[in-house]
Design a binder for this molecule. Structure first.
Ligand code: PLP
Length: 466
């Protein structure tokens, strides 16, 4: 086995005079931040360090290690997060004009892939989980209906786990899609840690999906932006690699790739022990949290008809039926307990755990929740508006390519949307480019905290096709 990439960078780089990029030349005397940010190890592709876009040395060895770990035919490093893998994966599995079935709550990167590749989307609307601001699992019956309604669909994109850790029965869904002649891409950005050890459920690669995309940085010990894209067969791998050449930089950071390399070695050498520690920490949290009176932690048993399974690594907390919102819970944890959560909504707040957690960190969270819980009072449920299902007039790519205007929301009824308006959580697009804006959709957009992609700085306006 070659030495870890981090060790090689640390040992060799100081010996070379860098007459190549990057322009900081590892000169920390020039600017002190360069030292703290390890510019001494920051190179891009030079002799002896392989090539991300045509790997045959230390990078290829790491990618092969990743493929062995997850059981893929081929795996590829991502230095642009899951976003790069999702864009490349969608393009590798489709032709312009193809129809794609996807969950309405898919991440924006999936929508961007659909628009960029000129695809026609058809949506799966899984049930909402009451009190948790979350989408439930995709049931096989829901997919069955969609396959029957869209016999011309070529690709199924599933998100599993969801942001809040909700899993779907991937082996069943992948089998159904393959039998109907569709390819399957799984956005498993939040599931890189699944299927590698006892105590965590099986992952998307084992389910037989054609392409699976993982963010390493979301749950495993690796830097932000790092990820992997896995292919089911060498042929799919070749198509994926070709597309990754388009979507990934020609100057990949070796700091990021050393982080991926280090993470993969750690998983291969000590994964079993580290996963067992993480699981024990989660079990210790669960035991402590069992005494919460009003706050509720999302577990599959809470709604077995809506939730097929759960990633134990997510701690998703419901405040429904109490006198605080998820936003207030997040704020109190930050101000009074020094704990920063991942996200919050009207009824819920999300704590993400990762391999870097310990029983100490999770018990600190559990005790803070217990202190807050003790002060809560009951309150009537807030209720949730049913999400509108707007009708598409044209595909998103076509709508985005057309001229558009930012018009006052009050004048937009009946016009065709030319941007994404996404409600977080649960990542639900209230309107997608190409969809007709009805009074109901506009009322929901008006009353919500949203991410809007074109009218970001004009809350009372919306982009419409001219
Ligand atoms: C479900 C899902 N998919 C994809 C992404 C994109 O991942 P990345 O930030 O690694 O590009 C995210 C990011 O939050 C996500 O939540």
């Amino acid at each position: 086995m070659t030495e870890p990439l981090y060790d090689r960078l640390s040992r060799e780089l100081a010996r070379h005079l860098p007459m190549h990029m990057p322009g900081h030349k590892r000169n920390a005397a020039l600017a002190p931040y360069l030292r703290g940010l390890r510019a001494d190890l920051d190179i891009t592709e030079i002799e002896g360090y392989d090539n991300l876009h045509a790997p045959e040395g230390i990078l290829l060895e790491g990618m092969e290690r990743a493929a062995r770990l997850w059981g893929a035919a081929a795996s590829y490093y991502l230095v642009g997060g899951s976003t790069a893998g999702i864009l490349a994966g969608i393009r590798a599995l489709t032709r312009p004009g193809d129809k794609v079935i996807l969950q309405r709550g898919s991440h924006l990167s999936v929508y961007h892939g659909v628009a960029l590749c000129g695809l026609v989307p058809a949506y799966l609307y899984p049930p909402r989980v009451p009190g948790f601001d979350a989408w439930g699992s995709v049931a096989p019956a829901l997919l069955h209906e969609a396959l029957a309604a869209h016999p011309d669909a070529r690709l199924l994109v599933l998100t599993c786990p969801g942001y809040e850790g909700i899993l779907s029965d991937l082996p069943a869904l992948v089998r159904m899609a393959h039998q109907a002649g569709l390819r399957v891409l799984v956005d498993a950005a939040h599931g890189a840690h699944l299927g590698l050890a006892e105590g965590f459920p099986a992952g998307a690669v084992a389910a037989g999906a054609d392409i699976v995309v993982h963010s390493l940085h979301k749950t495993l010990p690796a830097h932000t932006q790092t990820g992997l894209a896995h292919a089911l067969t060498p042929e799919i791998g070749a198509a994926l690699a070709e597309q990754l050449d388009l979507f990934q930089t020609s100057s990949p950071s070796y700091l990021l790739m050393a982080s991926i390399d280090g993470c993969l070695r750690l998983l291969a050498e000590e994964g079993e022990k580290l996963f067992a520690h993480w699981r024990q920490a989660l079990d210790a949290f669960a035991q402590e949290a069992a005494s919460l009176r009003r706050l509720r932690i999302l577990r599959g048993q809470a709604a077995p008809d809506l939730i097929w399974g759960m990633d134990p690594g997510k701690i998703h907390i419901s405040c429904a039926g109490t006198d605080i919102t998820g936003h207030a819970l997040m704020d109190t944890l930050r101000r009074q307990h020094g704990i920063e959560l991942e996200a919050a909504g009207p009824d819920s707040a999300l704590a993400m755990t990762g391999m870097g957690d310990s029983a100490d960190t999770l018990l600190r969270l559990a005790r803070a929740l217990a202190a807050i819980d003790a002060r809560l009072a009951d309150a009537p449920p807030r209720g949730e508006l049913p999400l509108a299902r707007p009708q598409a007039v044209c595909p998103p790519g076509e709508a985005l390519a057309a001229p558009f205007d930012l018009v006052p929301m009050a004048q937009a009824e009946g016009l065709v949307c030319a941007e994404y308006a996404v409600l977080y959580p649960p990542g639900a697009p209230l309107a997608v480019p190409g969809e007709r804006l009805t009074g109901q959709v506009l009322a929901q957009i008006d009353g919500a905290t949203l991410l809007k992609t074109r009218s970001k700085h004009a809350p009372d306006r919306i982009a419409v096709m001219r």
